[in-house]
Write a protein that binds this ligand. Structure first.
Ligand code: UDP
Length: 254
């Protein structure tokens, strides 16, 4: 149990915080306001838990996260099935939106980095429409060249941003945060994958009914069947984990 009363559990080898959306938002706001150090949030989904096994750098980064969100329903189910522990799903996209919504009252400055130029512009425009008091102090698309990176981090630092929303996809965004974020002087980094595309409307999120039935992953698969190829490793590990649970566990039980 950490000092902030958020309990960190382990699911499929990855750290996962047992929290609610309300606690996550409160903690994120608190971390963002403390600019004496860089804090960061990671979103844990099954794909990431398996990626950690093959990417030691990513694994170290995730271990050091100030918040590790149960982002995917697969993580929630695995926690229940393998650990007998009920946890709530807290999607990273929803936390990012909640922080945007609170930025006005909390006085938090936001900087957005990532996604294609049109998607980045449209996402910020959409967020301004939803939350008229949102405090956006800057944005850059996610296709900044390596030689311009120092200028970008300086621009973010000069913008006086408290929160940096990094939308480069995974593990690209985690690597970027590890290598560059400290120079931006923000309090909190939120890695949000492709979320700016969903705010922009270029990629549709599943209808609310599908989200409520926890079928968002299936909706995405139907819309973008090419994801199936990316998910092959996930499928392999899922079968392996299930086999271990159903075949090995009964014999090791007293
Ligand atoms: N992206 C980016 N810069 C890059 C590569 C990707 O900003 O160099 C953005 C991309 O436009 C998209 C998001 O990162 O908005 C997620 O990209 P992708 O679907 O490749 O990542 P994944 O969903 O697999 O994490």
């Amino acid at each position: 149990m950490a000092a902030n009363n958020i309990e960190r559990t382990r699911v499929l080898g990855a750290p996962v915080d047992a929290l609610t959306m309300k606690t996550a938002v409160e903690r994120a706001v608190e971390l963002a306001k403390d600019r004496t150090k860089l804090s960061y949030v990671v979103a844990i989904n099954p794909e990431k838990t398996f990626a950690l096994r093959e990417n030691a750098e990513l694994a170290r980064f995730v271990e050091g996260a100030d918040l590790a969100l149960p982002d995917g329903i697969g993580v929630v189910w695995a926690s229940r099935l393998l650990n007998g522990r009920k946890i709530e799903r807290v999607p990273g996209a929803d936390l990012a939106e909640a922080v945007c919504a609170r930025s006005g009252v909390e006085g938090l400055n936001l900087f957005f980095y990532g996604a294609k130029e049109e998607a980045s512009a449209a996402a910020v425009e959409e967020l301004r429409r939803r939350y008229p008091d949102i405090r956006v102090v800057g944005r850059r698309n996610g296709y900044v060249k390596a030689e311009e990176m120092e200028a970008l981090t300086r621009e973010i630092a000069d913008s006086n941003a408290d929160v940096l929303i990094v939308a480069l996809g995974s593990p690209r965004q985690e690597r970027w945060i590890r290598e560059h974020a400290a120079r931006t002087k923000v309090g909190l980094c939120l890695g949000v994958g492709g979320t700016l595309d969903t705010f922009a409307g270029t990629v549709k999120r599943a209808p609310l009914a599908w989200q409520k039935m926890n079928l968002e992953w299936f909706y995405r698969l139907l819309k973008q069947p090419s994801r199936l190829w990316r998910c092959r490793r996930l499928l392999y590990y899922a079968v392996e984990t299930a086999a271990r649970f159903f075949l090995v566990k009964p014999f090791t039980r007293k």
